[in-house]
Design a protein around this ligand. Structure first.
Ligand SMILES: NC(=O)c1ccc[n+]([C@@H]2O[C@H](COP(=O)([O-])OP(=O)(O)OC[C@H]3O[C@@H](n4cnc5c(N)ncnc54)[C@H](OP(=O)(O)O)[C@@H]3O)[C@@H](O)[C@H]2O)c1
Length: 329
């Protein structure tokens, strides 16, 4: 069987993304073959393309999609041919019509959730899930607590705004324009700071009456991590989970002492999804908030698979908001 796919032969800019035809075989033990209906675009795809996260070449990109299972390999019991399914999964390879892949991180998609929503929400929604539910200060988070969430109008950001509100948390977002700040507020952020204009650490202190937040969720990295430390109350937690502006340089641990016995972590979704059981438990939590309407998945951009270069350009130029999908007609 043949499939269209997007592949790179070497690391570089969006121009390295090439539309090719690949051969797709039968699933082996623990694998499935899935025909995609929509594919999710994620910032991590740009790190894999540029080489910030190294992989062997050639590399078929993409970590998130939804579609219909066509065949299952030996030992796969949670899926069968004909099932609607969605996933956030390693290894990369989701930018295609059809693929064979490990079944472990693939979940049945509830009938009430469309393929497009499934493709947009798995990687970003499961990330919001483990951040807000499992990446916590020692005393946990209680309703009424303030948290800081950078890039609040992005894909992970707009899901986190809604989910935090549903948990009773007061999310202080940051975003690069006033229009993006308004979008974050419309999705449940209690406050949103335009960090290209205002000093966000100072504003966070004002908003919290000088106390600071218990957790700062920082996916922007290089440009923000030090300011994020200044937003924390004593014993607060900085969770750096991305490199939007570049990776955080080696850290002087003494800073954590002088700024109030702080904690710092660098989590990744795939540690949380190490087992089939943990993946399903997280997905069930996400499916529940999407189905009860607490979290709506904002698909703000759609690109044809063949236009993936433009999709990467727009994502890296901060032109997108919410989630982006690649369509396969
Ligand atoms: N560790 C994990 O488990 C995990 C999982 C998923 C995602 N992530 C990370 O979470 C972040 C959000 O992912 P996403 O796919 O939803 O992307 P996104 O938030 O939709 O896009 C990234 C946003 O980062 C902000 N940004 C700030 N400085 C930037 C710069 N110099 N260049 C480009 N963007 C900049 C931009 O928003 P403003 O214009 O508003 O600043 C931009 O829209 C990414 O850093 C991603 O790597 C981590």
């Amino acid at each position: 069987m043949k499939s269209r796919a997007i592949r790179i032969d070497r690391n570089g800019g969006p121009e390295e993304l090439k539309l090719v035809e690949v051969e797709v075989g039968e699933p082996g033990p623990g694998e499935i073959r899935i025909r995609h209906h929509a594919v999710g675009l994620n910032f991590i795809d740009t790190y894999q393309r540029s080489g910030l996260y190294p992989f062997a070449m050639p590399l078929q990109l993409g970590m998130e999609a939804a579609g219909v299972v066509e065949a299952v390999g030996e030992g796969v019991t949670h899926l069968k041919a004909g099932d609607r399914a969605a996933y956030a999964s390693q290894p990369p390879g989701a930018y295609c019509d059809l693929r064979v892949m490990p079944a472990r991180n693939v979940c049945k998609l509830p009938d009430a959730i469309s393929f497009e929503t499934g493709a947009a929400m798995m990687l970003k929604g499961l990330t919001a899930q483990y951040l807000l539910k499992k990446t916590l200060p020692a005393e946990g988070l209680q309703p009424g607590d303030h948290i800081l969430f950078h890039a609040a109008a992005g894909g992970v950001g707009l899901i986190a705004c809604q989910w935090a509100k549903a948990l009773g948390l007061k999310l202080i977002g940051t975003a690069g324009t006033d229009a993006k700040c308004q979008l974050a507020l419309d999705h449940g952020a209690a406050h949103c700071i335009n960090y290209t204009k205002d000093n966000f650490a100072q504003r966070v202190k004002e908003i919290t009456g000088g106390k600071g937040v218990k957790v700062a969720y920082d996916s922007v990295g290089k440009d923000t991590w030090e300011g994020s430390l200044d937003c924390l109350r004593p014993f607060g937690l900085l969770a750096v989970f991305g490199n939007g502006s570049g990776p955080v340089p080696p850290v002087n641990m003494g800073l954590l002492a002088s700024k109030g016995s702080l904690y710092m972590t660098r989590p990744t979704l795939f540690t949380h999804m190490a087992t089939r059981e943990s993946t399903q438990a997280m997905a069930d939590d996400l499916f529940a908030v999407v189905q009860n309407g607490a979290v709506k998945i904002p698909i703000d951009q759609r690109y044809a698979l063949a236009d993936v270069q433009q999709a990467h350009r727009d994502l890296e130029a901060r032109k997108t908001t919410g989630c982006t999908i690649l369509t396969l007609q």
